[in-house]
Every structure is written in C-alpha cells, then in structure tokens.
Design a protein around this ligand. Structure first.
Ligand SMILES: [Zn+2]
Length: 203
C-alpha cells in the first residue's frame, strides 16, 4: 500500500511509465496536477488523446504529421533535389528548427543495429530509393547520428546508393568538435572525425 490515496497512486504509477521519469519526478508531477485547477488536467488529457488520434507518419518522408503528406512534402519550394536522411522524427525537428536546410527529409525510423536484430528491411530504405527516382534527387545528405548504429547505417547507405546511382551526390554532415567545446576534453573518436572532416578556409 502506498502512502497516497489509490487514485493518486495510480496517476504516479502512470507517470513512471514515461521515459526519464522516476518515482520522485512522477510524484512531483502528480502532486502538481492535483494542486492545479481542473483546466490543466483537462487540457493535458485532451492533448494526450489528440496526439494519439491525429498524429501519423507522412507517407512520403515518414516524419510525424497531422496531415498526410506533411507540410514539407507538400511545399513545392522544398523540392530542391536534395533529401536529408535522418534516423528519427526528433532529428528531423532539430535540423528543421536550426533553419539551415531548405530541402526535404527522409526519416528512416531507426538505425541499423545487427545486435538488436534491426536490419535494412526494418528501415524506410526502399521508400527512400523510390523517392530518389520519382523526385529527381541529385544529392542525399546523410545525417544519421554519430553512434555505432548511425555510422553503420551511413556506411550501408553510401554503399547501396553509390552502387545504384552513379551520378548521385552523397554527402555526410560533418562530425566534430561542438561549438563552445574544448579540445582537451574531447574524446579521441570525435577528434578523429573532426580532423577527417576538416575544411579549407583560405579560399
Ligand atoms: Zn513528408
């Protein structure tokens, strides 16, 4: 038996099912909801149901969207012959928020991980190939994460795409020292990547 009334106990337990929320945070959030006026609980409950009912994957780029195809895939100005390939919707959002890329995206819905049994057939790779043909794509920017899985996925895509499309430009986002970083606290792998991805600055 918990120390709180059963209904509050149940709410705390529900919050602990969310990622990154332990017992303490769950209790704090549940008590906050309890103390707040009814409007907060109502809009919270409505928003939770709304995302489950409305949000789906875009049938073109597999990004999260209310409408299918998504706004980016519908926007003719974004059809510039480039596709930026990312692992998940969160990565797409981060890039989009940065405002640095004005082409279209393709969300793989994961990364290759042989140890976890995730192979190419589990990712949206055939769908990407279809788009290269149908959308007249000239450049694929591989923006998978700098992790073992992300790097494995990038290498796989480079091999597959360069074998299949001889005149397709394939690029990888630069990996290296973060802004505000300090070389002496940067790990060896990151420094190695940074050195490999160095750019010419005197021209
Ligand atoms: Zn889309």
């Amino acid at each position: 038996m918990g120390i709180y009334p059963p209904s509050l106990e149940r709410l705390i337990q529900q919050f602990t099912r969310l990622p990154g929320i332990g017992q303490k945070s769950a209790t704090r959030v549940a008590l906050y909801v309890l103390r707040s006026d009814k409007e907060l609980a109502e809009s919270l409950a409505n928003s939770l149901m709304e995302v489950k009912e409305k949000i789906k994957f875009c049938s073109v780029c597999y990004n999260l969207t209310d409408d299918d195809p998504c706004a980016i895939c519908r926007d003719p100005n974004r059809a510039d012959g480039t596709i930026c390939v990312v692992e998940g919707p969160g990565d797409q959002l981060a890039l989009e928020e940065s405002g640095t890329f004005r082409g279209r995206y393709h969300v793989l819905q994961g990364a290759l991980s042989p140890l976890d049994g995730i192979g190419p057939e589990d990712l949206k790779i055939p769908e990407l190939l279809k788009r290269i043909d149908s959308e007249g794509i000239r450049e694929i920017i591989i923006a998978t994460n700098p992790t073992t899985e992300g790097e494995t996925t990038a290498s796989f895509l480079v091999k597959l795409l360069s074998e299949k499309y001889s005149d397709l430009k394939i690029t990888r986002i630069a990996l290296g020292v973060p802004m505000g970083g300090d070389l002496k606290y940067t790990d060896r792998m990151t420094l190695e990547h940074a050195m490999k991805s160095r750019v010419l600055i005197n021209q």
